[in-house]
Design a protein around this ligand. Structure first.
Ligand code: SAM
Length: 223
């Protein structure tokens, strides 16, 4: 597939996304310019972390309507993506888009991160986990680290990040087997919205008691 054909995938996904957004409340962002900047450009910022260079398996945890997973999968056919969300309606759209665009290096899964994190098939099986707008860092570390293999990296897309959230996230990461690599602040082009990529490496196996049961990590965060 040449570059023109690859970029055409974005146009086909965009048509499906606009059409589905009119029928259901898939996204709060409806302005054309905002969709491009806040969904596509923001999703692709993960590539600038330098942590997606390689033939990795990547889990997008809490993908919603496919962000950041769909733009990343369309841009990087050499990576294998699993797009996970607990909401069936959202995964129904992602499944349809993967088939129709098509994006053969992506698959959609309906389910909870806690369940995949306890399932021996999926626990410690991914090279990378990406996640955007799902939860606070201490919750994310408990949901994401069990799913990474040792040596794997979590790329958490956050807005402006308070020191307290970063510190709590790092303490939680220590409990579930991770260490902060770096937090990279940047601003979205045109809009100037502040963003932070938080990169956490899994350095040792996650203790078996994590993740806790469905909903517990968010209800009672580790820190
Ligand atoms: N990542 C997308 C984006 O940035 O547009 C969606 C963000 S949306 C605010 C958060 C999503 O995370 C929801 O679709 C929700 O169903 C999903 N989610 C939250 N907790 C989850 C869990 N424990 N397992 C799987 N999905 C979860």
């Amino acid at each position: 597939m040449d570059l023109g054909e690859r970029l055409e995938l974005f146009s086909r996904f965009h048509d499906l996304f606009r059409e589905a957004s009119q029928r259901t409340n898939l996204t709060a962002i409806t302005d054309e310019r905002d969709i491009i900047l806040k969904h596509y450009v923001d999703s692709l910022s993960c590539l600038l972390s330098g942590e997606l260079d390689g033939p990795h398996t990547v889990l997008d945890l809490g993908t919603g309507a496919g962000f950041p997973g769909m733009p990343l999968a369309m841009a990087r056919p050499d990576l294998q993506f699993t797009l996970l969300d607990a909401t069936r309606k959202k995964i129904a759209f992602v499944t349809q888009a993967i088939g129709e665009v098509p994006v053969p290096n992506a698959r959609a899964v309906a389910g909870r991160a806690e369940a995949l994190g306890r399932d021996p098939e999926t626990r410690a099986s991914f090279d990378r986990v990406v996640t955007r707008a799902v939860s606070a860092l201490p919750v994310l570390t408990e949901l994401c680290l069990p799913l990474l293999r040792v040596g794997g990296v979590l790329i958490a897309q956050k807005g402006p990040l308070r020191d307290e959230e970063l510190e709590a996230g790092m303490r939680a990461a220590g409990v579930v087997g991770g260490e902060l690599l770096r937090a990279v602040p940047f601003t979205l082009p045109v809009l100037g919205d502040p963003r932070t990529l938080v990169l956490i490496r899994k350095t040792r196996p996650t203790p078996n008691r994590f993740p806790r049961l469905d909903g517990v990590p968010a209800k009672t965060p580790l820190f």
